[in-house]
Design a protein around this ligand. Structure first.
Ligand code: NAX
Length: 321
């Protein structure tokens, strides 16, 4: 029997409450019969985690081999095949964004050094907690024993949102949409790009002014729109996107994907940022898709997102050895 060790941080939070049940209902991992699940959250959340554990046990999932809830980071990360880092400090009232970035930088730096100590070089880490790309950057710099390509940040929610908005505009099915990508940061500067997008292998033909004036801003602001209507940030859709992200990493994907990965100078984007790029992903790893023509409007938006990530990197520079 094949069993994988999975750790989810921020397990007492909203996203985890959807994610855990989604994963256990149908595992997104290849060649895996069951999982050992470790759920990490802060000490104050342990009582709630016990209630969550009871609920999980009450589902009698045949995919669950064992479950542990803990506030002990070493124990949680030990021998993990996957660590899904959802836990992060939320922005409180009146808090500056730079303070939020620094508070999370502290969390991710300390968790990174523990990952580096107790995990093997094959451990895969997915960063969800915001600011996801910059948290992933800190994690990457502070885990010298884990290869860069094993650390990715979640952009799949943005890609899924963009696909769904496009499909409903053109009256097609989401699964028919190919080569739709997101560049940049998981923030309102992200750049959904339809330049190479195809439907059933045919280049799409959509009004350019709809792309610039409706599509791009709608995708960029979708997270805020959900908060406005629901009074809470995206949780089930984020969980679904994390599920898709794991599936892409573990099985590979026949289509172009957008994950936050470490830049190495592609498309003249500064090196050493966690940036969403167009990728071909197989179960062996990923390659950045090369030589795409980028139109000037998209290029200037990509530069804005790059500037934002450079500023975030500057704020956390003392966390990047
Ligand atoms: P919640 O506030 O419901 O849950 C966060 C959980 O993290 C809490 O239970 C908290 O106690 C825990 N936590 C805080 N510090 C921790 C630490 N040091 N170790 C372990 N756990 C810790 O937020 P939720 O709605 O679940 O969102 C989680 C994170 O995902 C947020 O940062 C959110 O902004 C981010 N998102 C990222 C997305 C992406 O696409 N990258 C999309 C969805 C979401 O907005």
């Amino acid at each position: 029997m094949n069993i994988k060790n999975i750790c989810i941080t921020g397990a007492a939070g909203n996203i985890a409450y959807s994610l855990i049940f989604r994963i256990l209902a149908k595992l997104p991992f290849s060649n895996t019969d069951k999982i050992n699940l470790k759920l990490l959250d802060i000490t104050q959340s342990q009582k709630s985690l016990i209630g969550l554990r009871y609920e999980i046990e009450d589902c009698a999932f045949s995919t669950l081999n064992s479950i542990e809830v803990t506030d002990n980071v070493e124990n949680a990360f030990q021998e993990s095949d996957y660590i899904i880092m959802v836990g992060a400090k939320p922005r409180s009232k009146g808090m500056e964004r730079s303070d939020l970035i620094l508070d999370n930088a502290n969390i991710f730096k300390s968790q990174a050094s523990i990952i580096d100590d107790v995990c093997s070089s094959s451990t895969k880490v997915i960063v969800v907690g915001n600011p996801a790309n910059t948290n992933a950057l800190i994690l990457n710099y502070n885990t010298p024993s884990i290869p860069n390509e094993n650390i990715t940040s979640l952009m799949k929610l943005d890609q899924n949102r963009a696909k769904s908005i496009l499909a409903s505009k053109i009256g097609k099915q989401v699964e028919d949409i190919e080569q739709m990508i997101i560049w940049g940061n998981h923030s309102t500067t992200q750049v959904p790009d339809l330049s190479n997008c195809k439907i059933n292998s045919v280049q799409i033909n959509v009004d350019e002014s709809w792309i610039q004036n409706t599509f791009i801003p709608k995708v960029q602001k979708r997270g805020g729109e959900i908060i406005e209507y629901r009074g809470l940030s995206s949780a089930a859709s984020a969980a679904s996107a994390i599920y898709d992200h794991i599936h892409v990493l573990d099985y590979g994907s026949g289509s172009w994907e957008s994950l936050g990965v470490m830049t190495g100078g592609e498309y003249e984007i500064s090196s050493g940022l966690m940036f969403s790029l167009p990728l071909n992903v197989t179960n062996k790893g990923y390659n950045v898709i090369k030589d795409l023509n980028i139109n000037p409007d998209i290029d200037s938006l990509i530069k804005l997102s790059e500037q934002e990530l450079l500023k975030e990197r500057d704020i956390v520079k003392s966390f990047l050895p």
